[in-house]
Design a protein around this ligand. Sequence first.
Ligand SMILES: [Fe+2]
Ligand SMILES: [Fe+2]
Length: 308
Amino acid sequence: MTITIEQPHLDAIADRKVAGGGGGDNAAELVLDGGFVVPDSNAFGNAFRNYEAESERKETVEEFYRVNHINQTYDFVRRMREEYGRVDKTEMGIWECIELLNEFIDDSDPDLDMPQIEHLLQTAEAIRKDFPDEDWLHLTGLIHDLGKVLLHPSFGELPQWSVVGDTFPVGCAFDECNVHFKYFKENPDYLNPKLNTKFGAYSEGCGLDNVLMSWGHDDYMYLVAKENKTTLPSAGLFIIRYHSFYPLHKHGAYMHLMNDEDKENLKWLRVFNKYDLYSKSNERIDVEKVKPYYMSLIEKYFPAKLRW
Ligand SMILES: [Fe+2]
Ligand SMILES: [Fe+2]
């Protein structure tokens, strides 16, 4: 597959990439994209998402958030959405994307020492067991992380800080419950009076659809699903776009921006997040056995080829 893309305007900030190469960058990812404290420990014996754990990863994770918080500005997000919202990079089916992701991300998640495909299928299968009738939720589990292809060279090989990690609204005041909040003080928007008040560029109850979120795999996959006219219900799209929005679903921050539909959808997101983390439990899945079921869901909710 050959994809040519215009480099999004990262030049100015390219030298601010997360410190540490290769494994170091990847190590941050696991903690950053997990879920929630449910099982006692992950495959490495540390608590899930335990930012205070004495861990070699801690410094990497803190450095990750420092760079993330400084660079995720309102303007940056607008430019990334414009660039990637065109979905003109390549065409491929959902399963093809799963395989692509699987090839280049395997031990990238700190809570996880198995291929991405198994995390996706574990999430989906765990949900399927408890909610057998909600097939849209099974598929949402399967595809929620596909936006991580942004890390792939063919998609511009975006730095980790603009692909994974907790997400938050830009264009209004950063809430103090955001992890490593102090680093927002170096974000140019922090001192911009148009963007640093409670509502900033938004208004009360405007709906999260109208709010720009820090750029990453969540918002990208949401754009891809919408642009390709998925028939997933709005709760599925909500889960895809906000599954890393921990300030909201863990701390209840930013509720003043939500509308009634968001509040309904948040209930499903809370259900989903339990499985996103729980499922990182090293239970093996027979991919070939479950694949036909998921192919039937893909066919039901998506076109055969999607524009990415
Ligand atoms: Fe994710
Ligand atoms: Fe996930």
